[in-house]
Design a binder for this molecule. Structure first.
Ligand code: OAD
Length: 235
């Protein structure tokens, strides 16, 4: 089976009702990013940050995967699919994707404030445990924090993601403005003879000058079109 690697961003989940970050009305317009998505913001006001992610986690319980997520999961019948997502929601998994790499963490997990990437302290919350409170402690006695990669923090999963990008037979980008590195740089690791598709209703600037097949549509409609193209393509 051909290796299909799909990089997704916030636009992937937009049709499920989750706001993107940089579109008008996006999350970073409502909440200053330096307050809720940096280690400095967390140090200055941990309760504000914990409450922000509690609200995101609660929202996640009320939304569902969209047709785009489902079409990606369905492609596992035809391809060896790896999803590399910048999203912290679990909608790919809930749609049935079996291999999802989360670059920016996962909303349904919490960890130690002292050693966030130590697997010993990473814990998956049960649905009824979505609300983290000040005073809830990780295994090392530090405050439980969201398992989210904030700006300025290391992105431990990037090495794994690069390995998949390097070995892709087909590479797809969906719903990301490609503003945030290192995720945005993954395309540079995709071999030059590998076809690249990009699904986004708006124009996305690709710095490398490489040929990209652009599908200017939302995630669900765009995935429908891509699926037809991929399945009708001669080998
Ligand atoms: P952005 O908000 O920067 O970009 C969202 C992209 O989705 C834009 O290109 C939109 O045009 C596109 N879009 C909007 N609606 C869509 C739809 N229905 N279907 C497909 N695409 C659609 O979000 P990201 O690029 O994902 O990181 O942002 C990257 C990272 O920045 C996030 O993971 C987050 C954020 O700060 C952290 O929190 C660490």
């Amino acid at each position: 089976m051909k290796k299909l690697v799909i990089l997704t961003g916030a636009g992937m989940s937009a049709e499920s009702g989750i706001s993107t970050f940089r579109d008008s009305g996006g999350l970073w317009e409502q909440y200053p990013v330096e307050q809720v998505a940096t280690p400095e913001g967390y140090a200055a006001n941990p309760k504000l940050v914990i409450d922000f992610y509690n609200a995101r986690r609660k929202e996640l319980q009320h939304v569902k995967p969209n047709r785009g997520h489902e079409l990606i999961a369905g492609l596992e019948k035809h391809f060896d699919v790896t999803v590399i997502t910048q999203n912290v929601d679990n909608l790919h998994e809930r749609a049935g994707s079996h291999h999802v790499i989360h670059l920016h963490g996962e909303l349904d997990k919490v960890t130690s404030s002292r050693e966030p990437n130590n697997p010993k302290y990473i814990k998956t919350l049960k649905p009824e445990e979505w609300e983290v409170k000040m005073g809830d402690l990780a295994g090392d006695g530090s405050q439980l924090r969201p398992f989210i990669v904030w700006f300025g923090e290391a992105v431990p999963m990037i090495e794994t993601a690069i390995e998949y990008a390097e070995r892709a037979d087909i590479f797809v980008i969906i719903g990301t403005s490609l503003n945030v590195y290192p995720a945005a740089g993954l395309l540079y690791y995709v071999p030059s003879d590998v076809p690249v598709y990009l699904i986004d209703p708006k124009e996305v600037a690709i710095a490398s000058g490489r040929k990209v097949h652009v599908i200017r549509k939302g995630a669900s409609e765009g995935m429908e079109e891509l699926k037809n193209m991929l399945l009708n393509e001669p080998d």
